[in-house]
Design a protein around this ligand. Structure first.
Ligand code: FE2
Length: 365
């Protein structure tokens, strides 16, 4: 932190500690596709460009520091300067929402005798998991800096034995290969011929053993051909981008004809139907959420029974499901073709924030 700037890690730490802090987002409403939990939106962009506070001058600010945020930190810095001239303890979030894309928080619970740590990219909605049994751990869908997982594992005295991805991601760069290398753990990916580096191949029914238990792979194609759910007994399902808390995966992020798109939507219907045959109490842990993730330590999860009871989309028959899914496809994730290419090659740029900034757009709801 300098006199008038705060870095992502510092703001993340203050929010995680529940410190009183007011985040003011000064982006134009049309530029807002994601936000910092609890942020106040003030449409002051035009005024700030003319060095005026505009509606910011009317705010009744609570006690404690104010953090201003915009896309990359330039307009927010103008707001900070003007607010400070008015005696407000203001700080600019360095790098703005682009940098915030990398922020994360955690939640933890015990399920079926295993500890589950949900590691959440609050700035993007990506969910990854550390699953532990008898001090051995597996990470699923690593999406934040590998050092974060290493620190979380060390703090708990756990040893990483495997890293597994549910599919080739299109919205973020997988950190799984890097993490597996860093810790000398096995890297498991669903069987496919897209990735251009070595990995251990997971087919339907394969087991990834750790501690006294195992994750069992259930092939759930549709979002992508290789999409795979990892089951912990029948009490938890790590569903990747196949089944979300209130929606299903999108089947369209691969080139193809309309007929191919329809056949992927049919596969997705079959996969979702298979998942909904799990016991009612089985917990669903998806690969993404479509809202900013609060710093509240509460796991984002639902149950198969809740989805059966409340999701109009997931429970439709095949024809209606296909029609509805294809009618509700969201905008493509930013840079998804480049991200897929890098994930297939197993390459990782020095600074991923430019490619990955923005909402994940993974779900059809
Ligand atoms: Fe995906």
């Amino acid at each position: 932190m300098t006199a008038d700037r705060i870095w992502v890690g510092e703001l993340q730490g203050l929010l995680a500690a529940g410190r009183p802090i007011t985040v003011i987002d000064v982006r134009s409403p049309s530029d807002v596709d994601w936000e910092i939990p609890g942020a106040i939106h003030v449409d002051a962009y035009g005024d700030l460009q003319s060095s005026r506070l505009g509606p910011l001058a009317e705010l009744d600010l609570p006690v404690g520091p104010v953090v201003t945020v915009c896309e990359v930190g330039r307009t927010a810095a103008i707001a900070t300067g003007l607010l400070r001239a008015n005696g407000v303890e203001a700080l600019t979030l360095d790098g703005g929402m682009h940098a915030w894309s990398l922020a994360w928080n955690t939640a933890q619970a015990t399920i079926s005798g295993c500890e589950i740590v949900q590691v959440r990219r609050t700035g993007k909605g990506c969910l990854s998991y550390i699953v532990e049994s008898e001090s051995e751990a597996v990470v699923i869908d690593a999406s934040v800096d590998p050092d974060v997982y290493v620190r979380l594992l060390r703090d708990r005295g756990w040893r990483l034995v495997a890293v597994a991805d549910t599919h080739i991601h299109a919205d973020h760069l997988s950190r799984s290969k890097l993490l597996a290398q860093l810790e000398g753990a096995a890297l498991w990916l669903p069987a496919q011929d897209r990735t251009q580096y070595s990995f251990r191949s997971v087919a339907d029914g394969d087991r990834i053993a750790f501690g006294s238990t195992a994750l069992v792979a259930m092939r759930t194609p549709g979002h992508t051909e290789e999409s795979t759910t990892y089951l912990l007994d029948t009490t938890a399902a790590f569903t990747g981008d196949t089944l979300f808390l209130n929606g299903v995966g999108r089947p369209d992020l691969v080139d193809g004809t309309r007929n191919e798109l329809v056949s992927r939507a049919r596969l997705l219907h079959m996969s979702v139907s298979r998942l909904l045959e799990l016991p009612e109490a089985a917990e669903v842990f998806p690969g993404h959420v479509s809202e900013p993730i609060p710093f509240d330590g509460r796991l984002l999860r639902t149950t198969v029974g809740t989805i059966r009871d409340t999701s109009a989309l997931a429970t439709l028959d095949e024809a209606a499901f296909v029609q509805n899914v294809l009618a509700r496809i969201p905008p493509d994730p930013p840079n998804h073709l480049r991200i897929v290419e890098l994930n297939e090659r197993g390459e990782f740029p020095g600074d991923p924030s430019e490619l990955e900034a923005g909402a994940n757009h993974c779900a059809v709801a």
